[in-house]
Design a protein around this ligand. Structure first.
Ligand code: BGC
Length: 808
């Protein structure tokens, strides 16, 4: 059917169909019943076409958290809920999941990817994609491929061997394409072996489409398509965002000039029309929003299931957790992030939830009044934040003569209009935007104000002009440069409860030449700083007089976000000192790590319990209370190896040298590399404790006709409460092979549940790829015969049972 339709379209229309018409959509063609196809990020929620808090979205836990559940069916439920969100917001295409790998713990978007292991990544990604597409919304698997770090991400040439590509970086894409049939894949910014990914004919046309049978649309990462002819011939279908792209008129021109065959354009248009038909944007009535399950309840469930209890030492003879609320429990809850939780990572993964339950609210709601004492102790960051609490703001749009064109209420100080201006405002007439209103401080003292954006600003607080001038772009990453960096503009002494006027005027830059037609800037604010020593002392005093101290430590937006990598794994500010001081006065000190990726925990053996809380999504506090008080078990297992110190990690380099980043470690990343280096991390891949104990009783291998095998593992809950166990199967290579191949790899896993004393069997199909290597010379896979060892256990470092697997 779509063949006929393509024949009815003229070249200009076809070329236009392959280019973004604005930040988030492809143009419609009413004559053929094609409506605009709308895309949105992904992956924790569906932001929609507005990048501001006035269009709230459900915020699920971040991808490392989802992967820590080791539960593809939970990922599928997440996908379904997000499909319903997408429909509600008129979104057809969700730009998610991110299935790049945790190659280095310094990777800035580590929080947004699932794991260091391609098999676990593929399992979670497959569940997520199936769920999104169950709801009739396209999933776009990103970023294809080897976008595993952020430094120089637009240009870096990642040098990766064919074997490392096949066995690691391509593997999740391949499995997801074959098993979940995603309707989209996003081509990354970077180059792989000298060819930029939006032009990579070999990987896009030969491998993705040819070998794996991908029949969906390849969309560029935002601003990643650079060259009309090379992108078209290289297999890129859609260039985003618009309106200025290398497709559209430039593509029609290239066809007329004879440098791009029209058949290439026709094929891409066919794929776009297929996408439109799949998501309900072609003909007929647009589909209704599917009924999803309750997203808020799911956000809480996933968070609780994702928390990884890595340490739970006994205090007075019993494990520190769960806390027993029955005994008139008094908890000292400490840390800036306990009150202002970091629920998601920064950059394009950001959404704006309608509500956030921080740990403080979650614990207070779960315990009797007065049971929880809160103290900041140490603030994770000294960063300016988007003006929020206490501000009542609106944005006023004016033309060059100062006439008001339109107004909009602002839930916070962020203006981010990406091709979508307030009602009645035309981009051509718009000259200035003023964010104006009042600020009523929560605390007395010197309040800090700042600006973010690129262009001319005037900031006035309580009648004082704090800034009047130009703010430049100072970021190497073009996308980040467009958004601008935060700049301090001055402090104003204010009284708690006394409202003052605030105004930030921004003169809108000329649209010409800008990569994105958008208006974006922020009014920033920070509460008065308190004396750091005083804060610490207050927290220590609270901890000393409580039955348990719960310290929430966190990274900040300046530490973990998009567009840059980390340079250290240390927690920012004086948080380490806070934990050490608290642990010295309270033996039941429980530390909750609110970070999307590994951080150094130098005090980890001196505290009673350590709980990895990731970026837990909007229902953070409720889920945390459930786990701390034993309403549910912490269900997570580490999806990535947690180093004690950055210096111990075998693969860390993310900075290119002369534009190149060599993946010198070959196929040895994550636990593969730790094992090769014979190094011991703080916490091993797969590790995580529940609230019960398990014994591993038997392991049997059923061999199929091929190398495919199934492991049957009998485990018994030997503890006193019901529990859930993630049974992991590692496959060790035949003796002598360890130099050339990772000594062992995750070959499968399954979750089981059992009551106290009960035994259950986990049935785990082993990944046939675990018996193979990619042979670069033959450009194919080879099965390696020999006697392998299947090992069943609780983590890669805690393997309980073994059984031989003969591979002929
Ligand atoms: C990110 C993508 C995202 C896109 C649109 C890019 O900077 O790399 O993951 O989907 O922006 O927001």
């Amino acid at each position: 059917m779509s063949d006929d339709v393509v024949d009815t379209l003229d070249l200009d229309t076809k070329a236009r169909l392959l280019a973004g018409q604005d930040m988030w959509s492809l143009p419609g063609v009413p004559a053929i019943g094609l409506r605009p196809i709308v895309m949105s990020d992904g992956p924790v929620g569906v932001r929609g076409v507005r990048w501001t808090a006035d269009d709230p979205s459900l915020a699920l836990p971040s991808p490392t958290a989802l992967a820590a559940t080791w539960d593809p069916s939970l990922a599928r439920r997440a996908g379904r809920v997000l499909a319903a969100e997408a429909r509600r917001k008129g979104v057809h295409v969700l730009l998610a999941p991110t299935v790049n790998l945790h190659r280095s713990p310094l990777g800035g978007r580590h929080f947004e990817a699932y794991s260091e292991d391609p098999y676990l990544t593929a399992s979670i990604g497959t569940g997520y994609v199936r769920g999104v597409q169950d709801g009739g919304v396209a999933a776009v698997v990103k970023h294809f491929v080897a976008n595993d770090a952020e430094t120089e991400r637009f240009t870096v040439n990642n040098k990766v061997s064919g074997r490392a590509l096949r066995e690691l970086y391509l593997a999740p894409f391949e499995a997801i394409v074959k098993d979940a049939r995603p309707w989209g894949v996003m081509a990354a910014y970077n180059q792989v072996n000298g060819v930029t990914m939006t032009e990579h004919g070999h990987l896009l046309n030969d491998v993705l489409r040819g070998e794996w049978g991908f029949d969906g649309v390849v969309v560029s990462d935002w601003l990643a398509a650079r060259d009309t002819v090379r992108a078209a011939l290289g297999g890129l279908d859609v260039a985003m965002p618009g309106p200025a792209t290398v497709y559209g008129p430039a593509l029609a021109e290239a066809v007329r000039a004879g440098v791009v065959p029209e058949s290439v354009v026709d094929d891409a248009v066919r794929r776009v029309l297929r996408l439109a038909a799949r998501v309900g944007a072609l003909g007929g009535e647009p589909p209704l929003a599917p009924d999803g399950e309750d997203g808020v309840a799911l956000a809480r469930e996933i968070a609780g299931r994702s928390f990884v209890l890595v340490r739970n030492a006994p205090v007075c003879g019993t494990p520190a957790l769960p806390l027993d609320p029955a005994q008139g429990l008094r908890v000292a809850l400490l840390g800036g992030a306990a009150r202002d939780a970091r629920i998601l990572g920064g950059g394009s993964a950001q959404v704006f939830p309608a509500r956030v339950v921080p740990p403080l609210d979650g614990l207070r709601a779960a315990l009797p009044e007065g049971a929880v004492t809160y103290a900041v102790g140490a603030d994770p960051g000294d960063e300016l934040l988007v003006a929020g609490a206490g501000f009542a703001l609106r944005a006023v749009c004016r033309d060059a003569a100062g006439r008001v064109l339109g107004e909009e209420r602002m839930p916070d100080g962020m203006v981010q209009w990406l091709g979508d201006l307030p009602a009645g405002v035309e981009r051509a007439a718009l000259h200035a935007v003023e964010v104006t209103g009042t600020f009523t401080p929560r605390e007395s003292g010197a309040h800090l104000f700042g600006t973010k954006g690129v262009g001319a600003f005037r900031l006035v607080v309580d009648g004082r002009t704090l800034f009047d001038g130009e703010q430049g772009a100072d970021h190497a990453d073009p996308f980040e440069a467009f958004l601008g960096s935060p700049v301090e503009r001055g402090r104003v002494a204010l009284e708690a409860g006394e409202a003052v006027e605030v105004s930030l005027t921004y003169v809108v830059a000329e649209p010409a030449g800008a990569p994105i037609e958008a208006v974006g800037f922020c009014l920033l604010h920070r509460d008065p700083e308190r004396d750091a020593e005083e804060l610490l002392a207050e927290a220590v005093a609270a901890a000393a007089s409580a039955d348990a101290a719960v310290v929430v430590v966190a990274t900040t937006e300046r530490v973990e976000s998009e567009g840059f990598d980390r340079s250290t794994l240390a927690l920012p500010g004086r948080q380490d000192e806070l934990v050490a001081k608290v642990a010295a006065v309270n033996p039941r000190t429980v530390v909750v790590v609110n970070a999307g990726s590994p951080v150094e925990l130098p005090w980890r053996d001196d505290v009673a319990a350590v709980l990895m809380g990731w970026f837990p999504g909007q229902e953070a506090g409720g889920a945390l209370a459930d786990v701390l008080l034993g309403v549910c078990e912490p269900g997570g297992r580490l999806p990535t190896t947690w180093p004690a110190r950055l210096a111990d990690a075998p693969v860390t380099r993310v900075a290119p040298v002369a534009g190149e980043l060599a993946y010198e470690e070959e196929v040895f990343i994550g636990y593969r590399a730790w094992e090769k280096a014979r190094a011991t991390p703080a916490y091993a891949f797969g590790h995580g404790l529940g609230y019960t104990d398990w014994s591993y009783e038997s392991l049997d291998i059923d061999r199929g006709a091929t190398a495919a095998a199934t492991a049957r593992v009998r485990v018994r809950n030997t503890g006193s409460r019901p529990g859930r166990e993630v049974v992991q199967i590692y496959l060790a290579v035949p003796p002598g092979d360890e130099a050339a191949r990772p000594a062992r790899r995750l070959a499968g896993f399954a979750s089981v549940e059992a009551g106290p004393g009960e035994a259950v069997e986990a049935v785990v199909a082993l990944d046939p790829r675990a018996f193979e290597v990619w042979d670069d010379e033959a450009a194919d896979r080879r099965r390696i015969p020999g006697t392998y060892t299947a090992e069943a256990g609780r983590s890669i470092a805690d393997r309980r049972l073994t059984a031989p697997v003969e591979v002929p």
